[in-house]
Ligand binder design. Structure first.
Ligand SMILES: *[C@@H]1O[C@H](CO)[C@@H](O)[C@H](O)[C@H]1NC(C)=O
Length: 382
């Protein structure tokens, strides 16, 4: 396998091909190994949108939910799990990399209790954006302020399990906070067709992005105040290239330049925001991942990663399988491993695994100011 891309080269053919296997074997090793609570584990607290939800939206009255086939088709049960992919999303891969005995529970799941609280929880909700009004047309979702409120409640419950606030604080200092948010602010809000109130309010794209970043910064400050010291901020993917955008805006399959510009500018500001917060709090507590760059690399160097289809979604209908939602009636590709895109906006299991490898071990162009492995190796004072 020829790895022409520097990023693909960095992972190496074995890593790229072996990701799925690696994920499973790590999981197997860990099953049965009971954790020594509370300090031997790195909990994983997940926030944001459909790129990392483990199924919170199943508990809500909303049409944005991944609880019907073929979602989850490649999972061990072959059944939907609430995740917007064919098996694992980025947060699943991260949970395996952190060697948690099981993935953190969705916050709304009745299963979230007892020792499970030690792994933290997944607060994310599909259709959620940085802005409160983002996703309002899609139905119910848990907004960012609500996710923060849920986290505060979670923290008091955790304190009850680990023997007090100080212990809960230390555990949260060790935890990885994984935040995927921003995509829906563009796709479902600013670039909403045929009309967008936010685009009328902010005719200049950079003004809208500055507003998003100012709101986002305040959420991240709240995380810090609640004990977070390892915060992984995930930027947006190639908004102009996802099948939904190609279906709505592209004549010939080329990425839409305006939405690509938004992804580029937003992610650059996310990187600056992490730097700014690190300076403000005096340490390396925030990392920023330029997922646009990673995923774009999957498109442009598809063969090096073992993908053959980068434009058409595996599950969907219409142009590029990018129209509407992925449903039991949609077209479904036979081999999910060679597709980058699972549905009109979400990635396949295999693509998610590669992105998480890049976040863990990638170069500063992808993940800055250092990668997650380097941050985990640092003594963060916890
Ligand atoms: C978002 O909603 C919360 C209440 O849930 C409110 O306190 C906050 O001010 C709102 N944020 C913005 C930026 O409008």
């Amino acid at each position: 396998m020829a790895a022409h891309s520097p990023m693909a080269k960095m992972l190496g053919p074995v890593a790229v091909v072996g990701l799925a296997i690696l994920g499973c074997s790590l999981l197997l090793v860990q099953v049965g190994a009971s954790p020594t609570p509370p300090y031997d584990i790195v909990p994983l607290c997940v926030f944001g949108d459909s790129y990392s939800d483990f199924g919170n939206n199943i508990y809500l009255d909303t049409t944005v939910r991944a609880d019907s086939p073929p979602y989850g088709i490649d999972s061990p049960t072959a059944r939907p799990t609430g995740r917007f992919t064919n098996y694992r999303n980025m947060a699943d891969y991260l949970s395996v990399a952190l060697r948690l005995p099981e993935t953190p529970s969705p916050y709304l799941s009745p299963q979230l209790n007892g020792e499970r609280l030690l792994y933290c929880a997944n607060f994310a909700s599909p259709a959620t954006g940085i802005l409160n009004d983002t996703g309002v047309q899609e139905g119910n979702r848990i907004t960012m302020p609500e996710q923060l409120a849920s986290f505060r409640q979670y923290r008091s419950r955790l304190a009850g399990v680990v023997g007090g606030n100080a212990q809960a604080e230390r555990l949260m200092n060790q935890a990885v906070f994984f935040v995927t948010v921003g995509t829906w602010d563009f796709l479902s809000n600013y670039y909403r067709l045929p009309f967008s109130a936010r685009a009328s309010q902010y005719p200049v794209l950079t003004d809208f992005i500055a507003y998003l970043i100012s709101v986002y910064t305040n959420y991240l400050r709240s995380f810090y105040q609640l004990g977070a010291r390892r915060v992984m901020i995930v930027g947006v993917g190639p908004l102009g290239c996802v099948p939904a955008t190609l279906a709505a805006r592209s004549r010939n399959g080329d990425c839409d330049p305006e939405l690509q510009r938004a992804a580029l500018l937003f992610n650059a500001e996310v990187v600056k925001m992490a730097q700014y917060l690190n300076t403000e709090f005096g340490g390396v507590f925030f990392l920023a991942a330029d997922t646009n760059r990673c995923i774009y690399d999957l498109y442009t160097n598809a063969a090096a990663y073992g993908f053959t289809e980068t434009r058409v979604a595996c599950c969907g209908q219409g142009r590029y399988n990018g129209e509407g939602q992925c449903t039991p009636a949609s077209n479904l590709c036979p081999n999910r491993d060679v597709y980058v895109n699972w549905d009109p906006i979400h990635l396949t299991d295999r693509a998610n695994g590669i992105i998480v490898q890049l976040v863990l071990a990638g170069p500063p162009e992808v993940i800055s100011p250092m990668n997650l492995n380097a941050m985990l190796a640092m003594d963060n004072g916890a």
